[in-house]
Design a protein around this ligand. Structure first.
Ligand code: NOJ
Ligand code: CA
Length: 606
């Protein structure tokens, strides 16, 4: 580890672009041009219930998204991913699907969906929808039929029903815990009124797990894929992609799964003496889920079959895996050439604000994905994690992936925003595909002071309120600083309260304002496209390749330099700053030298 070279001409004489900006070994070879659109796409996650409310019931809806397509077009994204809008009792905000082929009346109609799709396509924006195959809602017709049918029936065989343990079957079939807290099994009452079998639910008890060893389940989901492909969608984000197939016999497991940030397998660690997760060279951060319910080899057959279904359609449709799997080499198995096309890079998301760790996870990401010919993805926020300005403004930026209570140490908002903008500009300068979560282009922080009465995440309730849950990153967007509900909808009462700070972040006070977070994202996306950064080659700048403070790289004709340290980095004379995540300082000479302050990223023409 060396410290950041702070170059001043008087002290070192090093003031030429050549010396400071010399590149070292290539970390990732570029592809020249993206072969398929998704390889270098910037994909924007719309969380429909919190994006924009068209009908004034306080909940975002599909017509609300359609009405705001101008925002997405102005931002310059290539695609949107819509979180679930299907028929659902909304016990897990729509990740509990009762009908995979219809729109929930809360969000609109199938005709509204078709309008959105047509409107997006007319603007050149592709649309990815969410597929939730690990579990359905308990209100799904299949589960209702399973409850009405007898043990051993074909109806029960679509789910994971098992007899209980103990003489009277009153104990859970195994010791698995739900990721939302509490046991992963619920006992049913049989149609004749007697205490009956148990069913597995890795999440809420209203989200029964489907049995993916059953060909009927496989056929049904291939049909669901075709239903949406026929309507014209460009791809699917696959929920819990690493969880569909469980280990044979459903063996007991002594580990514990955190909601979104990995799991510990105490028993395995003790018995094998395995290396702890977090081994620096593979980029792991502890974000991977372990245990007999995750990342089983059998799951890959499912994705090979889906790959074949998508390949029947034109237009390079794609599948993106939500799989909390580490190390990255293991995650890359989901994006082998005949499986999915992308997988979210949660190792990157959970790395925190550390130059060496970021370089390590980037190298590991390219190594693993290049091996299988897939693009790596980059992501900093989504609807399951604390928004990255609040994570990076916390004392330990690698922690706090789950929610924050008002009684927790509060993030430093200003520091967090500065770092978040720097982190995003670094991310957008990398080859591969990048995911944005709605509101990050406004710099929105987490709502860290939601009162218990308004919380809705089942994880809050199933942990008896010990985990805050994910509501704080799902607060409805502010569109207008002065309107009731900050313009989220025509009425002023959104489904979750917005913090007063949202007035500062509203879209209308950022549009056209130089240096605003929105304009910085917009500028970065335009430059990224113009410079071909999404499919470029990446090499570290030698001068910073071991720096504890700076991540600096060349991609195409652009140098990306992020200063994570506390001291300014002085750039060589003549360096042309293309875009910066915050103010860049220059001295007053005729040929000024730029200084990149702490927690700032710049893109340079050099
Ligand atoms: C992952 C989704 O992103 C999350 O929101 C959901 O609660 C679980 N999967 C269960 O579907
Ligand atoms: Ca609405």
């Amino acid at each position: 580890m060396t410290s950041t070279p702070t170059i001043t001409p008087a002290a070192t004489g090093v003031d030429t672009t050549d010396d400071l900006l010399r590149t070292g070994a290539v970390v990732h070879a570029g592809s020249g041009a993206a072969r398929q659109w998704w390889r270098d796409a910037v994909i924007y996650q719309v969380y429909p219930r919190s994006f924009a409310d068209a009908n004034g019931d306080g909940i975002g809806d599909i017509p609300g998204v359609t009405a705001r397509l101008d925002h997405l077009e102005a931002l310059g994204v290539d695609a949107v991913w819509l979180s679930p809008f299907y028929r659902s009792p909304q016990n897990d905000a729509g990740y509990d699907v009762a009908d995979y082929r219809d729109v929930d009346p809360l969000f609109g109609t199938l005709a509204d969906f078709d309008d959105l799709l047509a409107g997006a396509h007319a603007r050149g924006i592709r649309v990815i929808v969410d597929l939730v195959p690990n579990h359905s809602s308990d209100q799904h017709a299949w589960f209702q039929a399973a409850l009405a049918a007898a043990p051993g029936s074909a109806e029960r065989a679509r789910y994971m029903f098992r007899d209980g343990r103990g003489a009277d079957g009153s104990q859970e079939p195994n010791n698995w815990q739900s990721i939302f807290g509490g046991p992963a099994w619920t006992r049913v009452t049989e149609p004749d009124g007697s205490p009956g079998q148990w069913y597995l639910h890795l999440f809420d008890s209203t989200q029964p797990d489907l049995d993916w060893t059953n060909p009927e389940v496989r056929a049904e989901f291939e049909d669901v894929l075709r239903f949406w492909l026929d309507r014209g969608v460009d791809g699917f984000r696959v929920d819990v992609a690493h969880g569909l197939v469980k280990a044979d016999g459903l063996p007991d497991w002594d580990g514990h799964v955190e909601m979104v940030a990995g799991s510990t397998d105490d028993a395995a660690d003790e018995s094998t003496g395995d290396v702890e997760p977090g081994a620096p060279e593979d980029g792991s951060t502890g974000a991977g889920n372990h245990g007999p319910m995750f990342d089983q080899d059998g799951v890959h057959d499912v994705y090979r079959a889906w790959h074949r279904v998508l390949a029947e359609y034109d237009g390079d449709r794609c599948l993106v895996a939500e799989a909390w799997v580490e190390p990255l080499s293991r995650l890359a198995r989901y994006v082998r050439p005949d499986e999915m096309h992308q997988a979210f890079n949660f190792s990157f998301l959970t790395t925190g604000w550390d130059a060496a760790a970021l370089r390590t996870v980037m190298e590991a990401s390219y190594r693993a994905n290049d091996e299988v010919g897939a693009p790596t993805t980059w992501v900093l926020s989504n609807h399951d994690v604390v928004r990255h300005p609040s994570r990076l403004g916390s004392a330990d930026p690698s922690l706090k992936v789950n929610g924050v209570f008002a009684t927790d140490p509060q993030p430093d908002e200003e520091l967090g925003l500065r770092r978040a903008r720097a982190a995003s500009l670094l991310m957008l300068g990398l080859p591969g595909s990048a995911y944005l979560y709605q509101g990050e282009e406004l710099g929105l922080p987490e709502h860290t002071a939601l009162p218990a009465e308004v919380r809705q995440d089942p994880a809050f309730f199933r942990t008896g309120g010990t985990e805050a849950g994910r509501d704080g990153c799902r607060v409805p967007l502010p569109w207008s600083a002065d309107a009731p509900g900050y313009g989220f909808g025509p009425a002023g009462d959104p489904w979750l309260p917005q913090p007063e700070s949202f007035a500062r972040y509203a879209a209308d006070v950022q549009y056209g304002v130089e240096g605003s977070t929105f304009e910085t994202y917009r500028g970065a996306l335009a430059l990224r496209k113009a410079e071909g950064l999404g499919h470029g080659a990446l090499a570290w700048l030698e001068a910073f390749a071991a720096s504890a403070d700076v991540v600096a790289l060349r991609n195409q004709d652009v140098v990306v330099l992020a200063n994570l340290g506390t001291e300014p980095v002085v750039l060589p004379r003549g360096a042309q700053v293309l875009i910066a995540s915050g103010p860049v300082l220059a001295d007053r000479s005729a040929d000024p030298q730029m200084r990149v302050p702490a927690d700032t990223t710049v893109w340079l023409r050099a």
